[in-house]
Design a protein around this ligand. Structure first.
Ligand code: HEM
Length: 502
């Protein structure tokens, strides 16, 4: 059992009684420890900690949850990783209260760096080519520019009523996808084609319909491999792969244009052009139509505000909204497949309660807690902090390791079990989710910069899951699923799902 109070490097006990102390306030009479004193793997000049990840190193072959758990157990709730090859120093937080401290304090103008190579492409490469737009996009802008973009999109994407209006359209996509799945099964009721690609088609079709207002026809069996839709999916995958190498792994691209860096610049260019093509076609069509507000797509609503902004935002929605939702959906299917009692309970609800479905929401939430699509979130500090008794300087990258925190016993009892009920039980039940620190699980991020696609993602997943559960008994064959951590978490093949007719 992993208990927050058992961390050997800390004198602070805050969690086992479900009371959370503000550690910064507790220790104000003691001198702050320095940046250098923050525990972490010893680093070497220039290369930082890379040697630990090489054969024989203490972190060799560790990744994802296992890496986080190793760091937490070895160094405690705050771990420093030195930047390598000109990259920034990073602090990893496994402590919910300190995460809250950073996320709340940075909420005024939150800076989430992350996709540095994409930012370089949009702010340096593109501008050298003559693009002079004030904005570069939701993901890569910060400060005033980001705030302006965000305030244009917030009312469209975050109001439950405007998202609910897409229910029927999403259901149509879900039903089409179920029909496609039926026709793609072999004699053992397994999907003959690559399952992850199939789910990506569903996710792209859904987001395409909402963002652009058109059916992309991703489910067309005659879709050529070099069609724009397939190209887009391939490019989004590739985008995450190159961003992982350049931005989240040691890379010297800041000093020398590596092969991957060159590939990335070309890919970002191709991806933006492809997105622009999709969007241009839609914009032209929309100019000839005049729909009532509640039937308009996100792009249509944004065009009413500002056409250039509309194109930028729709482009970011397309690539941030495909892999995230698709992979989450695969994790949900898997957890329901290996927990047939939960699946049957869900089916009961889906078949009998069309209007109110709390259990489906709980199944999705619990899957995201147990198998999140992203392991953490990021903020750059805009000032100094006192975290857990250490001085954290300005301009440091802080990673909020929410995957690890959401699997801590002190927050969620029986943390490695799939128990959707924990999101529904009363206060006096020990499983009650409200006993956890509110920042222990923050899959969609936090505050002003939190995921703009959250409500849409939730609705997409609910609608599709209901249709799948109504039609199929999902089973999983053989060894447990394997997950590969990249910028987002992916399932490694084989996809041993069985979709039997109910
Ligand atoms: C299960 C699905 C999803 C998960 C877990 C997820 C998670 C996240 C997280 C953690 C962030 C960072 C938030 C922060 O910094 O506090 C984020 C940002 C973002 N997400 Fe999502 N997301 C999902 C689906 C989507 C979808 C469907 C879309 C598009 C419709 C989308 C578009 C975006 C965009 C554009 C941002 C950047 C927002 C900004 O910086 O202002 N996401 N997402």
């Amino acid at each position: 059992m992993q208990n927050c109070a058992t961390v050997k490097h800390r004198s602070v006990i805050y969690c086992s009684t479900h009371r959370y102390f503000n550690i910064a306030t507790e220790t104000t009479t003691q001198p702050l420890k320095t940046w250098e004193e923050i525990p972490g793997p010893p680093s070497l000049p220039i290369i930082g900690e890379i040697h630990h990840f090489l054969p024989g190193g203490s972190l060799y072959k560790l990744e994802g949850y296992n890496l986080q758990n190793h760091l937490y157990k070895t160094y405690g709730p705050i771990v420093k990783m030195k930047g390598h090859f000109g990259g920034p120093d990073v602090v990893m937080l496994f402590d919910a209260e300190s995460s809250a401290q950073i996320l709340r304090a940075e909420n005024n103008s939150p800076k989430r760096p992350g996709f540095m190579s994409l930012e370089y492409y949009r702010k340096v490469v593109k501008r050298k080519k003559g693009h002079s737009d004030k904005y570069t996009g939701l993901i890569t802008d910060h400060g005033q520019e980001w705030r302006e973009l965000r305030s244009a999109i917030n009312p469209i994407m975050l109001q439950p009523k405007s998202i609910k209006a897409y229910n029927e359209a999403l259901d149509e996509v879900a039903q089409d996808m179920v029909a496609r799945m039926k026709s793609l099964r072999n004699e053992n009721n397994m999907i003959k084609t690559k399952f992850s690609e199939e789910i990506n088609l569903w996710s792209l079709e859904s987001i395409g319909l909402i963002a652009l207002g058109v059916r992309l026809n991703s489910f067309d069996f005659n879709l050529p491999m070099d069609s724009p839709v397939r190209k887009l999916i391939k490019m989004v995958h590739e985008f995450f792969a190159v961003a992982d190498i350049l931005d989240f792994k040691p890379s010297i691209w800041r000093f020398y244009p590596t092969k991957t860096f060159k590939r990335a610049m070309k890919l970002y260019d191709e991806l933006e052009n492809l997105n622009a093509e999709f969007i241009k076609k839609t914009v032209m069509r929309l100019k000839t139509e005049n729909k009532p507000d509640d039937e308009k797509s996100v792009l249509e609503k944004l065009i009413d505000v500002d056409e250039k902004v509309a194109v930028l935002i729709a482009s970011d929605l397309l690539f941030a909204g495909v892999d995230t939702v698709a992979n989450t959906m695969i994790f949900i299917f898997y957890l329901l497949a290996i927990n047939p009692d939960k699946q049957n309970k869900l089916r009961e609800e889906v078949m009998n309660k069309p209007d109110r479905r709390p259990y489906i929401k709980a199944c999705i939430k619990e899957a995201m807690r147990l198998m999140p699509v992203a392991f953490g979130n990021l903020r750059e500090t805009s000032r100094e902090y006192n975290l857990l008794g250490y001085r954290i300087p300005k301009n440091v990258f802080v990673i909020i390791c929410h995957q690890h925190m959401a699997l801590m016993e002190c927050h969620y009892p029986r943390p490695h079990e799939y128990i959707p009920e924990r999101w529904l039980v009363d206060k006096d039940d020990p499983l009650y989710y409200g006993n956890a620190h509110p920042f222990a699980f923050s899959i969609f991020g936090y505050g002003a910069r939190g995921c703009i696609g959250r409500r849409l993602a939730e609705l997409e997943m609910e609608v599709f899951l209901a249709r799948v559960i109504e039609n199929f008994q999902i089973q999983w064959l053989g060894e447990p699923i394997k997950v590969r951590q990249s910028v987002v978490n992916y399932v490694v093949e084989p996809f041993n799902f069985i979709f039997k007719d109910v």
